[in-house]
Design a protein around this ligand. Structure first.
Ligand code: ZN
Ligand code: ZN
Length: 352
């Protein structure tokens, strides 16, 4: 089927309208009209080939909410008119131990990314949610629960699950002491989700500047990480610290904050860190871990949790033609806290 999206054709060209073909739906595929797509920091990285594996033309977008407009003849879960969502992956092997456990994000053969990847059957390029339509196998579509605001739900599909999954993995609940480093798209979701789970939540920030925002998002306090006396006083007082900083940084100041067996989990930076010291790790039996998105079942659980607890990201809605401006602002961290593209603003294919 013919559709339209916004693509970049090289690492240094802006995104521009792009007409392309989506595959004809297979028996287990649904066709969705994309209604909203969030803008993730990794969209910017891949558009600019920061990780070195981008192929062009590249249509970013992996925080996708839409409506089913057609279904293949073997589709069981969805019907035309259903509201559905797609996150960072659109396929996996479905038979390895991780896939069988519902941890498709950890598929032994590698999951298929929603964009900048290759279809497992035909080898065609995958194109993401900055587009009018998407074709996806039903197993990788999520149901958007009734009552979840469609215009705000999109960022849950990456920022939401990326922070929800470690909170669940490390059994956060009432009384858990959770720290969040970085108050951007991921960090603000970590605060909201941890608070909704009943945790005691502290935002760690270099200055006091974000204190009002942190408290408004549901944090119990803000700890200024450059305040040495306050940091010493906070030693051994966290069970889990979620580090959402998306660039190379130094984790050493944060490690002494963990209690015995406490964990600092990295979810933001994909790449090198400043050299960590093992001293606080060994002496306090502390841990450093990483965590990527979550499985399909856990993503559905997260959407249901957000609908029940009314947890939604703070979003700034933009038109499709504002995407390049949004990328510039995202790079400056000038967004509270996630951009979402209203796909009704996509130009008609015949107009391009
Ligand atoms: Zn993302
Ligand atoms: Zn697998």
């Amino acid at each position: 089927m013919k559709t339209i999206g916004f693509a970049c054709t090289s690492a240094d060209t802006p995104l521009a309208p792009f007409r392309f073909e989506r595959r004809a739906p297979r028996a287990n595929d649904i066709v969705m009209e994309v209604l909203y797509c969030g803008i993730c920091h990794s969209d910017l990285h891949q558009a600019r080939n920061d990780w070195g594996w981008s192929q062009y033309p590249l249509v970013p977008g992996h925080e996708i909410v839409g409506r089913v407009i057609a279904v293949g003849n073997a589709v069981k879960r969805y019907k035309i008119g259903d509201h559905v969502a797609v996150g960072c992956m659109v396929d996996s092997c479905q038979h390895c131990d991780q896939c069988r456990k519902g941890e498709e994000q950890l598929c032994r053969e590698g999951n298929t990314q929603t964009y900048n990847d290759k279809d497992r059957i035909t080898g065609e390029r995958t194109y993401g949610g900055y587009s009018k339509h998407l074709v996806v196998r039903e197993e990788f579509a999520l149901r958007v629960p009734d009552g979840l605001d469609l215009s705000k739900a999109a960022p849950l599909l990456c920022a939401g699950i990326t922070t929800y999954s470690p909170l669940r993995t490390w059994n956060v609940g009432p009384g858990s002491r959770v720290g969040v480093i970085g108050l951007g798209g991921l960090g603000h979701m970590a605060v909201k989700l941890a608070a909704a789970m009943g945790a005691d939540v502290t935002v760690l920030s270099r200055t006091k500047e974000k204190e009002t925002d942190a408290l408004a998002l549901g944090a119990d306090r803000l700890l200024v990480s450059t305040d040495e006396a306050a940091m010493i006083k906070a030693a051994n007082s966290f069970d889990l610290i979620i580090d959402t900083v998306p660039v190379k940084h130094d984790i050493n100041p944060y490690l002494p904050l963990l209690d015995v067996d406490g964990t600092l989990v990295l979810v933001g930076q994909i790449g090198p860190l400043a050299e960590p010291s093992t001293v606080p790790l060994l002496l306090g039996r502390r841990r450093v871990a990483g965590s990527p998105i979550g499985g399909i079942a856990e993503t559905q659980e997260m959407l249901n949790f957000c609908a029940k607890k009314n947890v939604l990201p703070d979003v700034e809605m933009i038109r499709m033609d504002q995407i390049n401006e949004a990328f510039v602002r995202l790079e400056r961290a000038d967004v509270r806290y996630r951009f979402v593209i209203d796909m009704a603003s996509m130009p008609a294919p015949e107009a391009v």
